[in-house]
Design a binder for this molecule. Structure first.
Ligand SMILES: Nc1ncnc2c1ncn2[C@@H]1O[C@H](COP(=O)(O)OP(=O)(O)OP(=O)(O)O)[C@@H](O)[C@H]1O
Length: 578
């Protein structure tokens, strides 16, 4: 017996509402400036509709062929203000391959027609279920695999488990910023519902590693790939030795001795990531005023904060990238001080120092930590400790004076990325506003060396610093270091902010080949940063001329930013526009 539903079974009342659109259009009854109806979810709400149009996957050739700004703007005008058309209607065959969230239906969950709020009856006279929006995933197990063709042609028969997993996936709405943390919370609340597990901590235990859980463990898939490799066998790298080399050590040093309370004044915990704890202190006998410690457990078999610990192999690229980007501040030809200043890296071993645990607990009392208490670590635990310069408050909590200050922050971040591109084919790939730090400065200008020229950018009283290279990509000494996100389904299924569109846009740009170099991903993040400066960050004085003038400039840039191909190009444009 044929159990598939009829072709139009997926249509709900909203779809039927839109069906007469072509007729209305023929009668010229639709106004041209109707807001796009797919711009409903918060992740797209924050997006610029013009951006959506010009980068839209329906016009790949048009986009590639746009060579001058005039052409580009005419396309923006043509499609950016076009008649409201739901996403699914425009790309019926390819909906799930598109960078932007197929979210039109999500807000319609539970939607009932207006007439007396009676349930909408399907063809079979059964109440229609609320609409499910499926995200196509690179599935690992056969259990999860349903190819896109089967999705577009007929609704596959799903078992209850598959349906509940998909419903949960469609609600993967994360908070802006630190997505790993947010994803973990989502996982705790949803994964248990889906799989019937009861304890949050059971969520990703190694013994559970099978099917979809594998993708979480694989999330750490940091890779280093040599270009012009002579033969596989010539590169049997001993990653532990490499890490020690970068640390300038021959063996690990004792944690409690290297970071004894007696050497550290005014210590406190200032932040946390899923992979590590972040402390700040004033060194007793050194000239620098404050140092930040990023403490990352490695090589252990226990899960920390529900994630597998990184290996020497996986941590090495982060160390290399941190060192190289930091060293750009003294480079003769291509330089910037916009990447966080790395003072030192240490490989340490042993029990967590007691005073750091005390500071961890103080933070926990005050801010309710999401992380596991470091008392969990054994005497044999290894840690990488990055000693960084304190670089201020992250952009999500910083209060800018006005949009002029915001504009110059944008210029600094853009030129910092541009220098990274020129020096190391650098792509940050996770430049959300939690990874841009801002502090006040007395300096009037910040200098960059780029393309053989010196560029001075006014500070307007603030200095920006880029941190966190967990997802970054570089080419250093003929080796490309990158994080293979191709299996990271959850990240690409997330919504909740324009940030989550950027991961999908990057995946499309890179065609899911994460070793490839495409500075366009930096542009995509710049479009996100720019949008946050328009309607995300705090401004102290918004009624000034300076604020209004620079807000206009940011908005003008928002309309065209995605037409550029690199941060270098963006920097040139912004600099001239100023
Ligand atoms: N140099 C610094 N100066 C000031 N604050 C910092 C510095 N480095 C990190 N922080 C603070 O610590 C937090 C966590 O740091 P970071 O993002 O590097 O951790 P992570 O473990 O890589 O995070 P994720 O979970 O995103 O992978 C940051 O959001 C920031 O608030």
């Amino acid at each position: 017996m044929d159990q598939t539903l009829p072709d139009d079974a997926w249509k709900d009342s909203f779809d039927r509402l839109l069906d007469p659109l072509p007729n209305l259009r023929e009668l010229n009854l639709i106004k041209k400036n109707v807001r796009k109806s797919f711009n409903m979810d918060s992740s797209v709400e924050n997006s610029n509709p013009n951006i959506l149009s010009v980068d839209d996957c329906s016009f790949p050739n048009a986009r590639n062929n746009l060579t001058n700004a005039g052409d580009k703007l005419s396309v923006i005008n043509k499609f950016g203000n076009s008649i409201s058309t739901p996403f699914a209607k425009r790309f019926p065959d390819n909906l799930f391959d598109c960078a932007l969230s197929p979210i039109g239906g999500m807000k319609l969950d539970g939607y009932l027609p207006k007439d007396n709020h009676k349930p909408d009856l399907g063809k079979l006279g059964q109440p229609r279920k609320s609409k499910q929006v499926y995200f196509r995933v690179n599935t690992i197990s056969p259990e999860t695999s349903i190819d896109s063709s089967s999705m577009s042609q007929s609704v596959p028969t799903l078992n209850a488990h598959q349906i509940s997993r998909r419903q949960a996936r469609s609600s993967l709405v994360l908070l802006p910023g630190k997505w790993r943390k947010s994803l973990r919370i989502w996982c705790r609340t949803n994964h248990n519902e889906i799989s019937g597990r009861t304890s949050p901590k059971q969520c990703l235990k190694p013994r559970d590693v099978k099917s979809d859980d594998l993708r979480v463990v694989r999330r750490n898939s940091r890779k280093s790939q040599y270009i012009n490799r002579i033969s596989e066998h010539d590169f049997q790298i001993n990653f532990e030795k490499e890490v020690l080399k970068y640390c300038g050590q021959s063996k690990p040093i004792k944690f409690s001795a290297a970071y004894a309370a007696a050497k550290m004044l005014n210590t406190c915990k200032i932040g946390e990531g899923v992979y590590g704890e972040v402390f700040k202190y004033t060194p007793k006998n050194k000239m620098v005023s404050s140092v930040v410690l990023k403490v990352l457990p490695i090589e252990g078999s226990s899960l920390v904060n529900e994630e597998a610990q990184k290996t020497f192999e996986q941590i090495l690229p982060e160390i290399i990238i941190s060192k190289e980007m930091s060293a750009l501040r003294t480079n003769q030809t291509t330089s910037t001080s916009g990447f966080v200043d790395l003072y030192n890296v240490n490989l340490v071993k042993g029990k967590y120092p007691k005073h750091l645990i005390r500071h961890w607990e103080d933070y926990d009392k005050e801010k309710d930590s999401e992380n596991d208490n470091p008392t969990m670590f054994s005497d044999n635990q290894l840690f990488i400790v990055l000693e960084l310069k304190f670089a201020g408050t992250d952009m999500s909590s910083f209060a800018f004076q006005n949009a002029e200050q915001g504009y110059f922050a944008m210029l600094q971040v853009t030129f910092t990325l541009a220098v990274g591109e020129e020096a190391f084919q650098f792509e940050h790939r996770d430049l959300h506003w939690g990874n841009i730090l801002i502090e006040k400065t007395m300096k009037k200008f910040i200098d960059f060396k780029l393309g053989g020229k010196q560029i001075s950018v006014a500070t307007k009283g603030i200095q920006t610093t880029i941190i966190d290279y967990t997802l970054s990509r570089v080419t250093v000494a003929e080796c490309c270091h990158y994080n293979d996100l191709s299996q990271d389904d959850d990240l690409f299924a997330a919504t909740g902010d324009y940030q989550y569109d950027i991961y999908r846009m990057m995946r499309d740009e890179l065609k899911n080949n994460w070793s490839a170099y495409s500075p366009k991903t930096n542009v995509q993040w710049l479009s996100y940063v720019n949008s946050k400066l328009i309607d995300g960050v705090k401004y102290n004085s918004i009624n000034t001329m300076a604020h209004k003038t620079y807000l206009r400039k940011l908005k003008a840039f928002n309309n065209i930013v995605l037409n550029f191909n690199s941060a270098g190009e963006c920097g040139q444009y912004l600099y001239n526009m100023n």
